[in-house]
Ligand binder design. Structure first.
Ligand SMILES: NC(=O)c1ccc[n+]([C@@H]2O[C@H](COP(=O)([O-])OP(=O)(O)OC[C@H]3O[C@@H](n4cnc5c(N)ncnc54)[C@H](OP(=O)(O)O)[C@@H]3O)[C@@H](O)[C@H]2O)c1
Length: 439
């Protein structure tokens, strides 16, 4: 099985984690805890799990506030443990659960971490949205789980840390994000000769538009993604290309390659999910219909290849596949990611937090579409100017802890440091936006 792992230890790809153990691979049903089960990814994952009901046992589900949906899911899958945002939400959930079914209900960040490290869960799907997903991913990594990772922000914020923990605990990461899953499939059994990673982007709803038009677009227009149906935040990120910026950082950490070897190609049909360019100049692509059940089935059932419920791709339907360079003037997000990755010093944390804060402001109608990258850029500049000594150095230093309990403490302290910078960056964006609005 290790033969299918990307990189095969060669110098050109340094994958973030070791492969899952032989025991995990052979043990069925797989017991799984899902962080963010009520979201778009969580629901698609449950559709795959339902299709292979004899291969999975759901031991944990979670939401933030959507208790009605969580109660429905819990009634169907009967996991022994659930997790929600706080005590008030937990109370509401208790009222909705059927009589006679009394799962443990965990609360808050600690509760999500508890769900991610349940002793009976061999597999954890990390599918909460935004930086809030980091705590669960870190807890799953510390507990040595096989992590099906959809929450790209975990790697953007703390990719070095996730890598270091996986090395220590033998946790394994399987990438759910469709582009990174495509690259994972292209690299199966090879990798040393991989020259470049080519990440495709649909271009979002505003592909081909110039800055003048973009200045006036609304949140409703930005939400209308042409090919994928996704959660709110990732849909706005797709419209600004910030999603692709986050994905450059995600690929950087997953595959251990510099951002100069990660190229973005606009591909409006969303059929080629991504490609790898090899040393001999040949390209290997992974294609499929744009439906996350494909990548999810690949991870949840790995290394088995089974129908996911997504109809096979008929290449005659799109008729033609086109590829374009990204318009970096209208969509400056990609340059921000490259800058954050090369200058380091916490700039990826600032970029992600500033984006989340700016997206919230945009959704509330407080700022325009083009203000999103402007505010991220301004926050990154301000952070760089305030911490010149931190630039060029990783935000999380190498782990020093020897025992598992020391490791947990050290990771906890680093996560708290990330959270502080995250909060500070959000505040910075709100202040910058206010200053701009009052001009
Ligand atoms: N959707 C896609 O096609 C896609 C593709 C690739 C990668 N991803 C990544 O997968 C992750 C999830 O995306 P999504 O589109 O599924 O998001 P989504 O539809 O917004 O769902 C997010 C899930 O996380 C929960 N959640 C939200 N805020 C939370 C918080 N503060 N604390 C704990 N839980 C919270 C939500 O609970 P409630 O339902 O109660 O709000 C929901 O269960 C993101 O990192 C995204 O970038 C998504």
């Amino acid at each position: 099985m290790a033969d299918l792992w990307p990189g095969l230890g060669g110098p050109k790809i340094s994958y973030i984690s070791p492969p899952p153990s032989e025991t995990w691979r052979r043990t069925w049903p797989r017991s799984i805890a899902i962080l963010g089960s009520t979201g778009s990814i969580g629901r698609s994952a449950l559709a795959v799990i339902e299709k292979y009901a004899d291969r999975f046992e759901v031991v944990g589900l979670s939401c933030a506030r959507d208790v009605e949906r969580l109660a429905e899911q819990a009634e169907r899958f009967r996991p022994p443990c659930l997790a929600v945002l706080d005590a008030a939400v937990a109370e509401e959930l208790r009222r909705l659960l059927p009589q006679g079914y009394q799962p443990r209900i965990l609360e808050g960040a600690e509760g999500y971490a508890g769900l991610a490290s349940l002793p009976q869960a061999g597999t954890v799907l990390s599918a909460q949205s935004g930086g809030a997903g980091l705590a669960g991913t870190l807890a799953a990594a510390l507990a040595g789980k096989v992590i099906c990772l959809a929450n790209k922000e975990s790697l953007v914020l703390a990719g070095d840390l996730v890598r270091a923990i996986c090395r220590r605990t033998q946790a394994a990461v399987l990438p759910v994000d469709s582009e990174h899953n495509a690259i994972f499939q292209c690299l199966a059994g090879r990798g040393q000769e991989a020259a470049n990673l080519l990440i495709t982007a649909s271009g979002g709803p505003f592909f081909g538009q110039n800055r003048k038009t973009l200045a006036g677009v609304t949140a409703e227009q930005a939400m209308r993604h042409p090919t994928w149906r996704m959660g709110t935040k990732i849909s706005i990120d797709s419209a600004t290309l910030m999603n692709k910026a986050l994905e450059i950082a995600e690929a950087f950490h997953l595959y251990g390659v510099p951002s100069s070897r990660i190229r973005v190609l606009i591909h409006p049909q969303s059929v080629v999910h991504s490609l790898v360019e090899f040393d001999d100049g040949s390209l290997l692509a992974q294609m499929g219909a744009p439906d996350m059940r494909g990548a999810l089935a690949n991870c949840l059932l790995w290394p088995l290849n089974k129908p996911s419920g997504v109809p096979a791709l008929d290449l005659a339907r799109p008729g033609q596949l086109t590829f374009h360079e990204a318009d970096t003037e209208a969509f400056p997000a990609l340059a921000l990611a490259r800058q954050a990755l090369s200058r380091r010093g916490g700039l990826c944390v600032v970029m992600n937090a500033a984006n989340e804060a700016a997206v919230e402001l945009f959704l509330r109608g407080a700022i325009g579409f083009l203000d999103i990258p402007l505010l991220i850029d301004a926050a990154m500049r301000e952070h760089g100017a305030a911490h010149p000594g931190a630039m060029g150095r990783p935000f999380c230093p190498p782990l020093a802890a020897e025992s598992l309990s020391e490791l947990k403490d050290e990771v906890g302290a680093l996560a708290a440091r990330i959270t502080r910078l995250d909060r500070h960056s959000r505040d910075m964006v709100c202040q910058l936006a206010e200053k701009d609005g009052s001009k």
